[in-house]
Design a protein around this ligand. Sequence first.
Ligand code: AMP
Ligand code: MG
Length: 423
Amino acid sequence: MKTLDAIAAELQGYDPQALPAPMVDAFLARLVQPVAGVDEIGIADALGRVLADDVVSPVSVPPHDNSAMDGYAFDGGQLKAGAPLSLQVVGTALAGKAWQGKVATGQALKIMTGAVMPAGLDTVVPQEFTRPAAEGRIEIPADVVRPGDNRRLAGEDLMAGRPALLRGERLGPAACGLLASLGLPTVRVVRRPRVAYFSTGDEILSLGEPPREGAVYDSNRYTVRGLLARLGCEVIDLGVVRDEPALLEQAFRTAAAQADAIITSGGVSVGEADFTKAMMRQLGDVAFWRIAMRPGRPMAVGRIGDAVLFGLPGNPVAVMVTFLAFVRPALLRMMGCRDTAPPPLLRARSLEAMRKKPGRTEYQRGIVSTGPDGGLQVRTTGNQGSGVLSSMVQANGLIVLHHAQGSVAAGDTVDVMMFEGVA
Ligand code: AMP
Ligand code: MG
């Protein structure tokens, strides 16, 4: 395990007081390791889990050559350009019930989609292309099929002995179906990371407490819980912890003992009169950053015991933005994912001008829609205050104004990180 100083020494131009957002990823990639530990689970429970090993296909899929259509199977070598072909129908092959007899030259077999192609037959003419001929015969008009048409080859989806999926694959619905198509009842996946979360701040109320002057209800605990659930992490909810050294110490120690990662919100900004930063410093190897970004400038990062710490700012929007921009890719790495890159950004035409200074990354809450020309367009939600959580609800993505980018004119194309599936 590298110390924060050792990681910092590897990054050219590292300045914790003015850290470019792209460097945060580079730093966290060095700090965060995949969790050890594997679960063997049923395919029905595998959605969102990450493969611990390559899955080598024990069988070929499909296992035999089979028909892609309802029609007639025959030896395509008999087709002649410009000429119809008349064949005698000798039987029927159904899906799951192979034809046992022989099909000779001049003969065809009625065949259903998915039925095994008997040896020697390589072509299927769809039913609707054929013309009934004399009793027990069909006629294939000239040039409606070519040899090999409408036949699915054994192993064309997956070949026995080849890797069907690679370790680090995060299993989506298609991958779960694919594992089932191999006949595998269970799969080995990386253990889900355990993430402990608590909110800090004397002004933060838990649900159920009566309102009091100057206090606000804890929303961060619920947004973070939702963001973690989307990732498939196990959440350890440690509630709201007041600004008291003994309580903070206990919360951090409990979290570090149980969790692979600790996420907190609040108490990391400059000039905070609370004890959160002091306790992080006392218990762990922690750096306090001022990231060149908006919103979400202050953030604490490091290790307490064996757990990775993400000390997020308190503002509800800043919590979500820093989570999506930095914590999510880091947790994907912890989950053992091969692909930790954020989902590809969309390009959309901005309906508004946006003022922006080069030298920091800005995230504006955006509403993406399809414009009259069919292309994507985006407008902001208006008020971009970092406490305005309703704007995150209205938005369907974040407009990303990159570090070096300057102001945007109406009509310019901008990058957007969509929330779908992540936030
Ligand atoms: P801080 O980073 O502690 O200075 O907090 C910044 C702002 O976010 C303050 O207005 C806090 O009241 C608010 N805030 C902090 N934590 C939470 C929370 N858990 N839920 C809702 N608002 C919060
Ligand atoms: Mg505070």
